[in-house]
Design a binder for this molecule. Sequence first.
Ligand SMILES: [Zn+2]
Length: 317
Amino acid sequence: MSEVIDIQGLRDVLVLTNKYFEINRNNLKKAEELLEQMSSKSLDSINNGVDLTDIRFTHDELYGLAWSSSSDPDKPAATIRKYRPQLINLLDEDSNLSKYLIESGSKHLLSFDSDDVKGGVKTTHGLTLKTSSHITSHNVSSITIYKTVKIPKPNWWMKGLMKVELEGRNAFWFFSVAVICVCSLALIPYIILKGLVSGITAGLTIGVILAASIGLFYQMYELMEKGVSKAPDIFTPFRIKNLFFVTTRKPKFNSDALRPKVIELLVFEGRCGLCGDELFIEKSREFKGRYVGKCAIAPQEHVFSFDHINKIGQHLR
Ligand SMILES: [Zn+2]
């Protein structure tokens, strides 16, 4: 045991190994029973914080895991020596257990490790990790590809906003809303200063109009400025992640030189190029207000750009 073993890696493999034996519970041979006991004892020790160098089994201990105690003191050592080749075979790259580990996405395989007998020191055995040529490790990539996916359970009013072509009347309405927002924002201080409103209800109404106007105007402004704007929380009652308004162009039917702009409501999905975990897309002050894709488990280190048109993300940091 000279090599340093990744404790999390070993724990993950042991969990899968126990699952494999659980599935095949009804037809285990003696060597498999012994390996199963070794695996679950090792996992218990890891879970109890035992140091890896101490998770070793003497001949007697291994024997005790699968057989009832013997009165013959030489029997445990002889038995374990007899079973050792079988244990090694069970962990072979092509064994059923190893195949199961590979299929389950394990990064390592298990290896049966015995230390050399030195004078006066008892031989111990343990389970360690080994790498396998059959396991293709996750390709670390400096780019990530985003996908657009269907919006789960859109509301009726969301459906109307899922695709708005900025053409003719729609464009007119779009810009009218923007103008109305600006006007109402400008009018409110005027109304208040002139003392045209009084009472709590009127004040609240103005507050709501003000908040809605600012929100709507900011959304439109950002959409025009960046081509992408995160949908407000009222759009995400079912915790839809990465829901965005984006500007695109109408699909090409003929050789129109300039196709009309379209505003679409889309859900984006991305996987971290470095570790394969989920990306969540959010505005980052660090990248000057750009939307970036951050890895769910390493948001500080695995950061990708977010391009809603060609859907490619470059590794930023
Ligand atoms: Zn990551």
